[in-house]
Design a binder for this molecule. Structure first.
Ligand code: C5P
Length: 393
């Protein structure tokens, strides 16, 4: 993490003393560190300690008149990553609610950088439903949680809730802080299902949640790319710092993809595009009759194949997905050629839907790379690694 800018947020738990070691560890790995503290944290570790080791004041007051400008805005923009360690039960609750009533949370509110939290609390607080609910919330917002470990607690009890060791937190941060190797590039990603309306109230859809495509958009953003995310309807919040274009049908998606395509350096089609749409969607709600109903469907355009035909040189790099229920790799190979793309991410329908992890093979004209099961975010980074290599020729 040589030269990377990390904000360490410290909240008020006994594990705050370990935040000092974390700052030291991050510096040992080359990071530039600045510290923000909650007021309670200052009762556990003096700001002078952090100021001494970072060479910058540790910020604990939003309204300190010795700062010029708004310190939380400045720190939030400065950060390439922010880690809150320790994160107390109270800090997690306030963060999950989107509160910004102290220096740590106001800085968090002002950053587009990846966020990590390293919870630390007594086992009873850790196991509280409210704590777990707040963590789920934060995860859904894209915050990475460095899980506490089982061990001796300050109270003398032994249980889970002991903050992860500084080295483990630094490792997690190192994974999040990818090199900005996509800076200056435009990455265009499609995600989610398309929805094909039958009438004003009914539609044909599919089970795509959009998580894989959103993970790619976030990973590309974190690696410095300008990202356009063309997304069908999903239950996910639009990622921060990404230009999101919401679409509904395959035809809408085609229009949005073609509009963004000319400036794209990499196009990744992770959307589950409907192959068919109703031939004649009804303007009025279809009435039921006693007999069966036959729907006539017509083919949708193949968006990816059309983009491939439209490209004149090696750019943009084109990546497609192949979700199959059988013969996964063979089908992916065929798709590479048929769609004229550089890489196909192949997976089995049973492995890809809904969850946070995925099991995929990266299929290119000359190789099949079977990846182990990993988080969708890690899969996203592997796909982007390949796109980066393809750009380099
Ligand atoms: O042919 P198949 O639907 O299996 O191909 C999947 C890949 O093609 C995915 O990347 C998907 O986003 C893309 N696709 C498309 N337009 C369609 C159907 C699929 O771009 N109409």
């Amino acid at each position: 993490m040589e030269g990377r800018r990390v904000v360490v947020g410290v909240s008020g738990g006994i594990a705050a003393f370990k935040a000092v070691l974390l700052v030291r560890e991050l510096q040992r790995r080359g990071a530039r560190v600045r510290v923000v503290m909650t007021r309670t944290a200052t009762r556990f570790v003096g700001p002078a300690t952090f100021a001494g080791i970072t060479g910058r004041p540790a910020v604990s007051e939003l309204f300190d008149t010795s700062h010029t400008g708004e310190i939380h805005v400045e720190l939030g923009a400065w950060a390439e990553a922010m880690v809150i360690a320790p994160a107390t039960m109270n800090l997690l609750a306030r963060a999950a609610q989107g509160m910004a009533d102290d220096a740590v949370l106001a800085t968090l509110a002002c950053t587009d950088a990846p966020l990590l939290v390293a919870p630390a609390m007594h086992t009873r607080m850790w196991e509280r439903p409210a704590t777990q609910r707040n963590l789920e919330r934060l995860r859904a917002d894209g915050v990475r949680v460095v899980e506490p470990v089982v061990g001796p607690l300050a109270s003398g009890d032994v249980g889970s809730g002991r903050m992860a060791e500084p080295e483990a937190i630094a490792d997690a941060l190192g994974q999040t802080l990818r090199p900005a190797d996509l800076a200056g590039l435009h990455v265009l990603v499609s995600a989610g299902p398309t929805v094909e309306d039958l009438d004003p109230v009914r539609f044909l859809g599919n089970r795509s949640t959009g998580r894989m495509g959103y993970a790619i958009a976030e990973a590309a953003r974190d690696r410095g790319a300008v990202v356009t995310l063309v997304t069908g309807p999903t239950a996910l919040a639009p990622p921060r710092g990404v230009r999101s274009v919401a679409v509904r049908s395959a035809l809408d998606m085609e229009g949005a993809m073609q509009a963004a395509f000319p400036s794209a350096d990499v196009v990744i089609m992770a959307a589950a595009v409907a192959d068919y749409r109703p031939a004649a969607p009804s303007a009025q709600k279809l009435k039921k009759t006693d007999g069966p109903l036959t729907l006539k469907l017509v083919r949708n355009p193949d968006i990816l194949a059309a983009l491939s035909s439209a490209r004149s040189g090696p750019r943009p790099i084109l990546v497609g997905f192949a979700l199959e229920t059988e013969n996964v790799v063979e089908n992916a190979r065929a798709k590479l050629a048929r769609k004229g793309v550089d890489l196909v991410v192949a997976n089995h329908a049973r492995d890809g839907f809904g969850g946070d992890s995925n099991l995929v093979s990266l299929v290119s004209p000359d190789a099949v790379d079977e990846l182990p099961r990993m988080s969708k975010r890690a899969v996203a980074d592997r796909i982007l690694d390949r796109a980066r290599a393809l750009l380099d020729g």
